[in-house]
Write a protein that binds this ligand. Sequence first.
Ligand SMILES: Cc1ncc(COP(=O)(O)O)c(C=O)c1O
Length: 380
Amino acid sequence: MQTLPIYLDNNATTPVDPEVLEAMLPYFSVHFGNAASRTHSFGWVAEEAVQQAREQVAQLIGADSPEIIFTSGATEAVNLAIKGTCDIHEGKKHIITCATEHKAVLDTCKSLEKKGVAVTCLPVDSNGLINVDQLENAVTPDTVLISIMFANNETGVLQPISDIAAVAKRHNTWFFTDATQAVGKVPVDVRQQGIDMLCLSAHKIYGPKGVGALYIRRKNPRVRLMAQTDGGGHEKGFRSGTLNVPGIVGLGKAAMLCREKMAEESTRIEELRNQLENALVATGRVTVNRAGADRLPNIANLAFHNTNGSKLLTEINKTIAVSSGSACTSANPAPSHVLKAMGLPDDLIKSSIRFGLGRFTTQDEIEYTVNEVKRILSSV
Ligand SMILES: Cc1ncc(COP(=O)(O)O)c(C=O)c1O
């Protein structure tokens, strides 16, 4: 018998890996010191754990540990990267982003637009990809930042990161990528891929909620940013505030586990994902958003044809946790801006569902899901 409900919403958040929890626990009680306490052993122990976590996060993305700044999550890191870049530049400013970004990026850009920053929001093609020539043409002498996500949170589609970085380099502007969904699932290497800034979040990689990081390139060339949180000068002055030591330890451990497990885990998860997609596509009523694109291995964003999308989701959600798009915007029932930007018709946008597989997803769960979704599909 399958234990219910089944969790297939791993792009909204992941459970904390038991090994991560175990690593964190001593830092709530025994090693509770403030990492900024420089004069006694409680502080030293906490600081050592933070430095180890910084190294673990850096290793996962090919950075050096001093280039990692801990934050409260990806949203804060996005704000620091984008607003921090604008604030350090004088005169006219221009940012380039794209239509399928997470609201963390889109809303940050909107807020800057109100303050006089020019924003170009590039369209995407039917696969959700930007056109790199169009990006290059959009760059102006005022462009201070290109902000394009690594992998989309609704479809998993991967943008051409190295090509985007090359455009930024040619035009002497910075490239920031929101890699919240990509890190830990596909190889990310900031040096090889020419990334100047990158954000990630612990709760998408089997770590705790409320902690994340911003990578800020330190050399060749060094990125300069204005802090968005002033205070005691923590995190090299980029982000003041007492460090969340247990959370940071959890993020470090989660990063280490991803590094160890990624190759094998991604292959296993992709096989399960393909099994789910193939079985449902075979019903003749399901298409994949977008099967043709390079995608994360763990997302199946499926369009259910000739059906009432909200009824379908309600029925599936009785035993299987899936979502109609981004959890962060599901308070807002407007149709997915991502699928809309990809040109999907309204009826299919309303009947598209994201299945997000993860480390703890089993073969039995996928088999149950296939049978249950087919059963529901024949009745709605
Ligand atoms: C692509 C992307 N960016 C940013 C975020 C926000 O991350 P956090 O919850 O750590 O603030 C999310 C979370 O859903 C995401 O998927």
